[in-house]
Design a protein around this ligand. Sequence first.
Ligand code: DOR
Ligand code: ZN
Length: 353
Amino acid sequence: MLRLPGLIDIHVHTREPGATYKEDWDSVSAAALAGGFTTILAMPNTNPPITDLQTFDQALQLAQHKAHCDFGQYLGANADNAQSIASLAPQAAGLKMYLDQTYGPLRLDDMRQWMSHFEYWQMNRPIVAHADSRSLAAVILVAQLFNRPIHLAHVSKAEEILVIRKAKERGIQVTCEVTPHHLFLTQEDIPAIGTGRSEVRPRLNTPEDQKCLWDNLDVIDCFATDHAPHTLSEKDGSNPPPGFPGLETALPLFLTAVGNGKLTLDEVIARMYTNPKRIFNLPDQPDTYIEIDENQPWVIQSRNTYTRCAWTPFEGREVQGQLKQVVLRGKAVYKEGRVFAPPGYGQSIRTIG
Ligand code: DOR
Ligand code: ZN
């Protein structure tokens, strides 16, 4: 039996408030435990979005009552809340800035808006940017102008990871995450998954982009799922929303890649525990670990999942390594397919300790 630290997913869409038919704090945090994650950080593009004290408090209260695992909540940057949310930084997982096309209303198009968030958000509190292609280069520059670190969400293209490499070589304080779907799927998988189901932002890329991500693994600080559940009827409908569920498939995909010699177990632990914990300044979870049967092969299937959306783009994929148990603060919270932590067992990462 392999024992690892409780994993951290810094990029999760909970859908609560506003779209609990897709997911809620109960189902998302159960899915997290079933995937080996004992901490999740929740994105602010809910309905309403989390952009002020009232919506932030509501989200934290929902999480506190319902979460089975530990949690943090991001605040969303909008055109006019830079000043008003700055004092909430100590309670937030971080500030999320959407600079490119996304799901939901949060998008900052004018660089003056970026600048006021860099000006007001408390120093040394995390800022995460959703920035594709040239806006990724732009936001690295603007963060530099304000002399503060920036974390780049779901980097997916060759040009992006190569710009980040250069920035890091220059000593610029930039960190980044890559999703399992950009590492394990490409455009070539779209026919098998289905066109509507394959919609995701950033889009699935070319095999060349994918290879470049793997070739620059040393530049990737974190693996983050960007768990973004939508129902199958939405995905198969006329206007499919972008997003894949990912919490319950990430660990087996990476363990399988370890088995195939694509990366080492230490590299996985760094990207799913050590680096996320450092970058987001997360507290220790005492007596917390996960246990895995390393060699057990199994097939990913959408039945038996905790995510409410009940599908996966990895359907039918053969993987190796099965999660057997999750222990969080001394309690067996997940064992052999069942979640034992009651709703509310999870704690806020900004109030622990
Ligand atoms: O595919 C995506 N889904 N990309 C995003 O930026 C948002 C996310 C969602 O919330 O569904
Ligand atoms: Zn996202």
